[in-house]
Design a protein around this ligand. Sequence first.
Ligand code: GDP
Length: 436
Amino acid sequence: MNSIVAIVGRPNVGKSTLFNRLVQRREAIVDSVSGVTRDRHYGKSDWNGKEFSVIDTGGYITGSDDIFEGEIRKQVNLAIDEADLIVFVVNVEDGITPMDAEVAKLLRKVKKPIFTVVNKVDNAMREPDAIEFYNLGLGEYFTIASINGSGTGELLDALAEKMPEPEEVNLEEEALPRFAVVGRPNAGKSSFINSLIGQDRNIVTDIAGTTRDSIDTKYNRFGFDFNLVDTAGIRKKSRVKEDLEFYSVMRAVRTIEYSDVIVLVVDATRGFEGQDQNIFWLAEKNRKGVVILINKWDLVEKETNTMRDYEAMVRKQIEPFTDVPIVFISALTKQRLFKAIETAVEVFQKRKTKIQTSKFNETMLDIIKTSPPPAIKGKFVKIKYCMQLPTQTPQFVFFCNLPQYVRDSYRRFLENKLRDIYDFSGVPITIYFRQK
Ligand code: GDP
C-alpha cells in the first residue's frame, strides 16, 4: 500500500504551495488523461519509484484568518491518526508563533516520522533565521522555498527513504477482491454491510486505522469470496466528527488505497452530491474500480423512467468517466444485494484484464489507421506500436514519433475506443504516449 503524507501547520505558512510542488509532476499526467479538475488538497505523487498520497490538511478549511485553534488541533490529530508521514510546515518570516508551538506540542507525542519544513527560505540570508526552528526539536529538519521549488528534492528524498519498498507486482496472484464500502454519513453503509453479511457483522472489529495487516476481513456471500476493508462508516467511534469534507476525505483515503474496488453508497433521497463526487474522484485518481450503489431506492417514488433519469443524472456528475456500473438497491428490503456484489466482483475481474499484445496492436492500429491523430503545426504523429503495461491496473502505452504532439482529445478518443472494444466498465485506465 502506498504511504500517505499529510501536510500540517497553521494557516498561511505555504502548505498549499508545497502541496502543489509535491504533486505537480504526476498530476499533469493523470489529469490530462481524465480531463478532470483536480482536488486541490489531495493528490498522488511518486519519487524514486515510490508512489504516495499527499494531503494538504489546511486546504479543507476556509476563512483562514479567524480559524479556531481547535480546528487546527483536529486537523493535526487526524493527520496523526491517518497519515504515515507528517510534514510540518512553518514560515521563516514569522519565526515560531504560539500556534506553531501548539502544533509542535501535539506532534511531539507522535511516533510517526515527522519532517519539519521551514518555508520561504528563498535566499541565503534567511538560512540563519531558519535555525531557530531546530528548537522545536521535531524530526528531520529542512529548509525550502516552495514558491520556486528549492529544497523540495531533498525533502522528497527524505520522505521516500522512510516509505516501504513498493510491493512486488505479482500478476499470477489470485488474491481475493478487497472491497471498500464508502459514502457520506447516513448513506446506509452500515445497513448495507449488515444486510449483506448479517451475523458476521461483529467480526469487523474496531481498528485504530493504522494496522495494515488486519484492516480487512474475509467473507463469502452468494458464492463470492471477498474481503471487506474496514471503513470509517463501520468503525465504532472516531476521534472527530466527520462534519467537514476534509475529515471524510482523510478517512476515506487509507481505505481506498487499500482496496481494489470502491463500493460507493449513495442516499437516493439526497441525490449524488459534492461529497459523493469527491469520493468518486478519489477512487478514480487511485485507479481503483468503482461501483455506485444508489441506496434507499425503496423510499423513492417511481414512475416509468425514474431509474433511467436518475442514472443519467449520476452519469452527468461523473463525466467523462461515465461507464461506471450503477446499481439501485435497498439495504432495508435487501433489494439487488446479489447484483451489487456480483457487479463489484465483475469490476474486480475487469481491472485485472490483460490484453495480448499482438491482438491489441492489430485492433488498435487498425483504428488509428482509419482515424490518425490530427496534424498539429504541420507535424504528423505516427503511432507504430502499442501494448498494455505489466501493471496491476490497466495502463496502455502507444509508441510514436512525436508524443508531445498528441492532443488530449485524441487520447480520449483512444480511451473511448478501448472502452468500447474491451469492457472496462467501472475501471479507470491510463494511456501514455512514448517515443520509440
Ligand atoms: P451509514 O452512516 O452510511 O453507515 O448509514 P446507516 O447504515 O447507519 O443508515 C442511516 C439511516 O438510513 C438509518 O436510519 C438506516 O436505517 C437508514 N437506511 C439505510 N439503508 C436504507 C434503505 O435502503 N432504505 C431505507 N428506507 N432506509 C435505509
